[in-house]
Design a protein around this ligand. Structure first.
Ligand code: ZN
Length: 236
């Protein structure tokens, strides 16, 4: 599997433009991210208390992985946290129980192609096969068709919008977990960049990523963050 490094551009709190370098092309995909605030009206004396909560979405690509996805699901369950998993079709056989767990435990499941191909460099037939094969496998297991796609390498363009009904979901914080492979360095990188409304990119195929994700979840929870699935952050 080959990797390309993504770059990220932030334009204020509400509108974020996610840019990804795809070879020599600069493919841009824009996502509107809602900044959510919540008012609560409880305190010990019955007085109105108002405060803002912050939201973030943990997203995991390239699984399911028999060992590490299972560990991650255990850790998320202990914490009552829901995340988003973008699955590769070729990793599903033998890991069907993990996909069912994702559904049963309230996580959102998305499509990450069958073989991790760069969709912008393939013909329409290959793109459709990659997406539909994965979609069919997920649907057969969970009874639900995925609504979202995380394009491998973040490579997406307008022609793909015409080809598929899937909504592309990129990211606003890149953990670089695949490169760092070190829990503390991944945690530090994410915590340095994360803001309200962010979508955090990670991969549930490395032990350091799972350890880091759970540490990030604990640290951000202490800071008042709540974790949601990407459909709860994105405005279509
Ligand atoms: Zn990937």
């Amino acid at each position: 599997m080959q990797w390309k490094e993504g770059v990220q551009v932030k334009l204020g709190g509400k509108l974020k433009l996610f840019a990804v370098l795809c070879g020599v092309d600069l493919c841009l995909a824009a996502g509107l991210v809602r900044t959510v605030s919540e008012t609560r009206t409880v305190d010990g004396g019955g007085n109105a208390v108002r405060y803002e909560e912050r939201y973030a979405a943990l997203t995991f690509d390239d699984g399911p992985n028999k060992e590490y996805t299972a560990q991650l699901l255990d850790g998320l369950k202990e914490r009552g946290i829901r995340a988003t998993f973008f699955l590769m079709g070729q990793n599903i056989p033998g890991n069907e129980a993990l996909v069912l767990r994702m559904k049963e435990e309230g996580h959102l499941i998305g499509n990450h192609s069958y073989r991790h191909v760069e969709l912008t460099k393939e013909g329409q037939g290959v793109v459709l096969e990659e997406l539909e094969k994965t979609e069919d496998m997920i649907c057969q297991l969970t009874g639900q068709r995925p609504q979202y796609v995380r394009p491998p390498f973040g490579a997406w363009d307008e022609s793909l919008h015409d080809l598929t009904r899937l909504t592309p979901v990129l990211w606003s914080v890149d953990s670089l977990d695949w490169k760092l492979r070190n829990r503390d360095r991944i945690v530090k990188r994410v915590l340095k960049d994360v803001e309200d409304g962010d979508i955090i990119l990670m991969h549930d195929i490395f032990p350091s990523s799972v350890q880091a994700a759970l540490e990030i979840a604990d640290r951000l929870t202490e800071e008042g963050y709540r974790f949601v699935t990407v459909d709860e952050l994105l405005i279509d």
